[in-house]
Design a protein around this ligand. Structure first.
Ligand code: DOR
Ligand code: ZN
Ligand code: ZN
Length: 440
C-alpha cells in the first residue's frame, strides 16, 4: 500500500549526531526530501509534528512472534501491533516455533499466514539445518539468517560435531547469509532440579555462554562466515567477541534491555517473571554491559520479545516455567528514559535500534533518515511520562519484569511506508497492511 504525497513539519530529526529542525516530504512511501519547511514540495496533506522528534522507524532483529501452534502466546497480528506501538516498524521473527522454520515449506506457510496479519515490515530468520537444499531454498526465499541454538533446542543435527558445524558455516558463507547464534552450551535437564529459581538460573551459568562463544569463535576463525551472537549476557563473552573482531572475524552481537537494565537481585521481587535464557546476571555485569553498549562495543539492542502466558510463567512446578520476557513495547520507553537522564544519546539509540540492525541483516532502504529511504518513521515525545503497565500493552503476554517502571519518553506516532499506523499511541492500521520483507 503506497501513499500519495505528504509532508511532516515542525519536528526535529535525528540525523547522524545532529538534531536538526527540518521537514520531511514523503512520496510513494519513500522519503522524497528532507528540507526546511518552505523548501518542501507543496501538498494538501501536512502532519504537524511540533514538539516531536523523528527517528528512523526502529528495527528489532530478535522477536518471537510465535503464531501457528503457539498462537495462544502471541500471533502475527498481536505481535506486530506490539511492535508498532513500541516504535518498531521492522522486525525479524525467530524460527523456534511449532512447527519450526526449518524447511522451505514451513517458511512458506509462515509467510502466507503472516501476510494477512502483519501491520509492520516483517522478515524471518530460519533454523540452521544439515539439509543443504533446504538452506539454499530458504536463503532464496529471503531468510535473514540461519539460527543455531547451541543449547540443543530443536536442532535437526548433532550440534556437538565441530566438523559438521564448520561445514554448515561454510555453506552460510557461500550463500552470504549470516549465522545467528544462541550461544549457550547444553545444560542439565530441568527435571533433575528440585530447587529454587536461582538453581534454575545456575544451570545456565556463565561458563555455558563463555564456552559456547569460545567454540564458535574458534570454528569461525577458519571461515569468512558472518556471525551474529544473540543476547550476550556476560561481560566475559563480550570481551571474547571484541577480541575476535580485532582479530578480523566477521562477528557482531546484541544485548537485550533486560540484560542491560536488570540484575539477578530482581529475582526476589519478580520470581519466575524474570526467568529468561541466558539468565540475568549480577549488577556489576549489567553495568559493564550497559557501558559497552553506549561505547559502541555491543552492535545492537534487540528485545528478544519472548511472550508466554501469565499462567505458564506462574506455574507452581518449576520444571514447567518457560523462559522468556516480552519486550517489544518496553524497549523504547526504557531507553528513552536513559536518554532523558543523560546515560544514552539519541544518535546512539538510533544506531543500536535502526542503523546497525539494518546493516548487519542487510535490509534494503531502512535504518536511516535519508532521501530515497523507505518512509518508515518513529515519532517520539521525549517529555511524555508513562508507567509501564502490562495490562495496557498489545502483546498477549500479561507480564513484564519492568512493570511499574516510570518512563520518560514515549512513542507518539509511527509511520510505515508513508502511512500513519500509530497515532497518539493507538494502532490505526489494519491487519495485513504491513509487508513481508526479504534479505538483501
Ligand atoms: O528465554 C528464552 N526464551 N530464550 C530463548 O532462547 C528462547 C526464548 C523463547 O522462545 O521463549
Ligand atoms: Zn536465544
Ligand atoms: Zn530469542
Amino acid at each position: 500500500m503506497l501513499s500519495n504525497d505528504k509532508n511532516i513539519i515542525g519536528a526535529k530529526l535525528v540525523i547522524g549526531n545532529e538534531l536538526i529542525e527540518a521537514g520531511i516530504s514523503i512520496i510513494d512511501g519513500k522519503i522524497h526530501k528532507i528540507a526546511k519547511k518552505n523548501n518542501l514540495p507543496k501538498t494538501d496533506t501536512v502532519i504537524n509534528a511540533k514538539g516531536l522528534i523523528i527517528i528512523p522507524g526502529l528495527i528489532d532483529a530478535h522477536v518471537h512472534l510465535r503464531d501457528m501452534q503457539l498462537s495462544y502466546k502471541e500471533d502475527f497480528f498481536t505481535g506486530t501491533c506490539a511492535s508498532a506501538s513500541g516504535g518498531f516498524t521492522t522486525i525479524l521473527d525467530m524460527p523456534n516455533t511449532i512447527p519450526p522454520t526449518i524447511t522451505c515449506e514451513n517458511l512458506k506457510r509462515k509467510i502466507n499466514s503472516a501476510k494477512k496479519k502483519t501491520i509492520v515490515n516483517l522478515g524471518f530468520h530460519a533454523m540452521l539445518t544439515n539439509k543443504i537444499f533446504e538452506l539454499h531454498g530458504m536463503a532464496r526465499m529471503g531468510a535473514f539468517s540461519f539460527k543455531l541454538y547451541l543449547n540443543g533446542d530443536q536442532n535437526s543435527f548433532e550440534i556437538n560435531d565441530d566438523e559438521l558445524l564448520y561445514e554448515l558455516m561454510q555453506e552460510c558463507e557461500k550463500m552470504k547469509v549470516p549465522l545467528t547464534i544462541h550461544a549457550e552450551d547444553p545444560f542439565r535437564e530441568k527435571r533433575s532440579l528440585n530447587g529454587s529459581l536461582e538453581d534454575l538460573a545456575d544451570l545456565h551459568n556463565k561458563e555455558l555462554e563463555i564456552n559456547a562463544v569460545k567454540r564458535i569463535i574458534t570454528l569461525a576463525k577458519k571461515s569468512k562466515v558472518q556471525i551474529h551472537i544473540c543476547h550476550v549476557s556476560t561481560f566475559e563473552a563480550l570481551a571474547l567477541i571484541e577480541k575476535a573482531k580485532k582479530d578480523g572475524s566477521n562477528i557482531s552481537c546484541e544485548a537485550t534491555p533486560h540484560h542491560l537494565l536488570l540484575s539477578n537481585e530482581s529475582f526476589n521481587e519478580l520470581g519466575s517473571l524474570v526467568l529468561t535464557d541466558p539468565p540475568i546476571r549480577d549488577r556489576v555485569n549489567a553495568k559493564k554491559l550497559w557501558n559497552a553498549m553506549i561505547n559502541g562495543k555491543i552492535d545492537m539492542v534487540a528485545s528478544d520479545h519472548a511472550p508466554h502466558t501469565l499462567k505458564e510463567k506462574l506455574s507452581s512446578n518449576i520444571c514447567d516455567i518457560p523462559s522468556g520476557i516480552p519486550g517489544l513495547e518496553t524497549t523504547v520507553p526504557l531507553l528513552l528514559t536513559k536518554v532523558n537522564s543523560g546515560r544514552l544519546t539519541l544518535s546512539r539509540l538510533v544506531e543500536v535500534l535502526a542503523e546497525k540492525p539494518s546493516k548487519i541483516f542487510q535490509m534494503r532502504n531502512k535504518g536511516r533518515l535519508k532521501e530515497g529511504m523507505d518512509a518508515d518513521l518513529t515519532l517520539i515525545d521525549l517529555k511524555a511520562e508513562n508507567v509501564i503497565n502490562s495490562k495496557n500493552l498489545y502483546t498477549k503476554s500479561e507480564y513484564s519484569p519492568f512493570e511499574g517502571f516510570k518512563c520518560k519518553g514515549k512513542v507518539s506516532k509511527v509511520i510505515l511506508a508513508g502511512e500513519v499506523i500509530v497515532d497518539s499511541g493507538e494502532i490505526i492500521a489494519n491487519s495485513g497492511s504491513g509487508e513481508i520483507i526479504r534479505r538483501g
